[in-house]
Design a protein around this ligand. Structure first.
Ligand code: FAD
Length: 307
């Protein structure tokens, strides 16, 4: 399980994990497998595959997760969302993952397709909140379930206390750990950790795994941050903007270098704060994350050597 894997021996100062998304084309699929093989050599605690809800995406997601679990040595976590699914379909999906040997699931409610900020409409025979999905998975067999957490608070939670209450509920429902939404301000993460421990020390003792990412493009991180309703800290935005320059095109090489510095600095601070694992949103690229890991002292086994 994820909790066992993050307690297992690892190279470097802290275990790490990598998030992938289901590829949408053959070229993307080739890129994914390249990244998977690079990370595999570095012994991540686990890898995870996000869930895309649409029909063909769904089938591809299940296929790729199965291939990760069966044709690599990696502990694979499959994300699962409740959007547009009846309970019967959710049971079927959990069963499909189990058939491929996947028992680690990340239980999510998901966002409305199209507009993540739009109105959330429950499937008439589905579940309404991630807590119910955690309970459903727990009723289906011997699974190890994680949930999402939000250093800046979830965009639909009325306030941070309600958001913390929801995380505690998901953990009490049986989730063994949580992975945070990507963030860029370590203080937000530390405050979340303090709130969970204060709200329920027992649940607060479960691993709270920070989600981080080396920024390689100012334009795309701005879009990502906007979509998730979070903010870039001013100091981070300033450093990136200075690197981007004021030409018509951002200076990608300079932004990337600063992005890797920023991510390494965040990771070092999080390690000093005793986090159980660092979860990297790789966007299916291996190199930037590998550079951060190398700088942290993880044995990257020549992964950065030219191919
Ligand atoms: P929930 O925990 O159900 O919370 C949703 C909202 O409902 C919150 O505002 C909460 O406070 C509120 N709430 C919960 N219970 C109650 C209650 N009983 N009464 C009133 N309010 C309540 N999306 C994808 O589509 N695919 C993915 O693979 C994916 N992976 C993700 C991975 C991570 C690590 C993270 C952080 C997010 C991921 N997401 C993914 C996005 C996620 O689906 C959205 O952020 C979604 O809006 C929230 O999901 P949740 O599981 O936290 O929802």
């Amino acid at each position: 399980s994820v909790v066992e894997r993050i307690a297992a021996p690892h190279s470097g100062p802290v275990p790490f994990s990598v998030e992938f998304f289901p590829p949408r084309s053959e070229a993307e699929e080739a890129r994914l497998w390249h990244a998977v093989r690079v990370f595999e050599r570095m012994n991540p605690a686990f890898v995870s595959l996000t869930y895309g809800a649409g029909g063909s995406t769904r089938d591809r997601t299940v296929r790729i997760a199965g291939e990760l679990a069966t044709s690599t040595t990696l502990t694979t976590v499959a994300h699962l969302t409740a959007v547009n699914h009846s309970v019967d379909e959710l049971r079927g999906l959990v069963g499909a993952y189990a058939d491929k040997g996947i028992t680690n699931l990340l239980a999510l409610r998901g966002d409305p397709p199209g507009d993540p900020m739009g109105e959330w409409i429950a499937h008439p025979e589905g579940v309404r909140y991630a807590t119910e999905l955690v309970e459903l998975i727990g009723s289906l067999g011997d699974f190890h379930t994680g949930v999402a957490s939000f250093p800046e608070g979830h965009h639909r939670a009325p306030n941070l206390a309600a958001d913390t209450g929801n995380l505690v509920r998901k953990l009490r429902a049986g989730a063994e750990y949580s992975v945070t939404q990507m963030f860029f301000d370590v203080e937000d993460f530390l405050r979340l950790r303090d709130r969970v421990v204060a709200a329920d020390p027992e649940q607060g003792a479960k691993p709270l795994i920070p989600g981080i990412m080396p920024i390689t493009s100012l334009q795309s991180v701005r879009r990502m941050v906007e979509l998730s309703g979070s903010v870039l800290p001013a100091a981070t935005a300033d450093r990136l903007a200075a690197a981007a320059g004021d030409g018509p095109e951002e200076d990608r090489a300079a932004v990337r270098a600063v992005g890797i510095d920023l991510c390494t600095e965040m990771a070092e601070r999080l390690i000093a704060e005793g986090v159980p694992c660092l979860h990297f949103c790789s966007l299916n690229f291996a190199r930037a994350t590998s550079e951060v890991l190398e700088r942290l002292g993880v044995d990257t086994r020549g992964a950065l050597a030219p191919a």
